[in-house]
Write a protein that binds this ligand. Sequence first.
Ligand code: BG6
Length: 510
Amino acid sequence: MERKLHPTPAGYNHTIAGRTVLASPVCDFDMVVFGGTGDLALRKLLPALYYRHAEGQLPDAGRIIGVARQQIDRAGYLQMVEQACRTHIAPEDFDDHQWQGFARRFQYVHLDAGEAESYRPLVDCFEGVPEHRTRVFYLATSPLLFGVICHNLHGVGLVNAMARVVLEKPLGHDLASSCEINDRVGEVFEEYQVYRIDHYLGKETVQNLLVLRFGNAMFEPLWRSGLIDHVQITVAEQVGVEGRGDYYDRAGALRDMVQNHLLQLLCLVAMEPPTSLTPDAVRDEKLKVLRALRPLAGESVVTHTVRGQYRAGAINGQPVPGYLEEPGIAPARGTETFVALKLFIDNWRWGGVPFYLRTGKRLQSRTSEIVLNFKPVPHSIFQEGSGGLADNRLVLRLQPEEGVKLDMMAKAPGPGMQLKPVHLNLDFAQTFQGRLPGAYERLLIDVIVGRPTLFMRRDELEAAWAWVEPIMAAWTARSDSPKSYNAGTWGPTSSIALVERDGFTWHEEG
Ligand code: BG6
């Protein structure tokens, strides 16, 4: 296969078989994946690295060291990884020749993350490795182990200035536990070495939001109260808890999705233009949004939030069990699988504009989108009977069918003045052709090259917990349980009432 390199300010673009792939400033690295035999590593991380390898973005000397408690050898581990890659990579993208090259990067170390004495074989893997080589410790484990792993790595001398640690969510279950984890990690790693991952920030369309907002002059004057009526953010899933009942039942939708993914989306929609894309410039602006969120506590939690739990129903015509029938669920916990919220951002840009957020499992369709609804025209010059005016709406579709759609009014051709809503539709798959890289592909490369812009800083994470915590407290203090909804619907009817009370409806298509 022909491969050419083109220098760019960021490094090198590759042309492989006529196709240009990402700039590649990637340095030699060792990536140690704790939880290397776990679901996240096998389903997301290693397939993502395969794609980056196959597209020529990883340097030949880049190593991946799987670490887990399972007593298997390298061959056994490779078998596991190959099977996972074959399952989670599109068949047309899996190439046996590329796999051979990818497999050569792997080592496997069996250790007990909590036992410092068992780290010896991992230390041996770094024997003779130069100090200036990037080392990434990816902790795809329970957050209860984050502190002890960091201390053990430090204890055996593996943490140097080139080391980075990647922390997967959930980072705690409330503000205090999150601070405790960050304190323990912070005893070993400096903040610049800590990468708190929120995979939503790695999604192509989420990054596109930055370009849409700050790469086009036309949106900025419209992007504010006065012109925008209200904003909706929906992250709807069709899947249930997928065998993660044990974790999910202790978390619930508020901790699992709102505290991180939805609030991060909200920050990108609502933040002021940062002065650059440098990590702190962006993160400072996101933090200001989190700090400007009007607190929801006590009575306002009752009027501004809805929590739901799915019962049995049908998804795409197939019957599915209710949440309480899933393995690992304790009915008494009353865990929510759906949340809808109405919130306000108390600053000059957004004063008085309601933001409605909702997310849930086992909903009617898998749809993630951000919808900015504009105010009506101040005065209509069109006569009754001309079809009426629908408000303008900008829809940013994050998944599936990624793209941007602008709803506007036009005149229907023909005599008279008949008005018709029409859409300007930008479909990313059609426009850019080819596969959109997955979120982890982007974020793993960012960790290797040391680009933390799309990762959460500690103060952001803590501001998000501080806002969410009173909601959790108010729910706990009340004796009512989450409202039921049938699997395959759009959630409890009270979530529809939440927006209808204000004269709006949720944006739903298809
Ligand atoms: C994870 C949550 O962070 O995000 C899961 O823990 C959820 O419960 C998942 O299913 C959704 O991610 P995506 O990329 O499929 O929208």
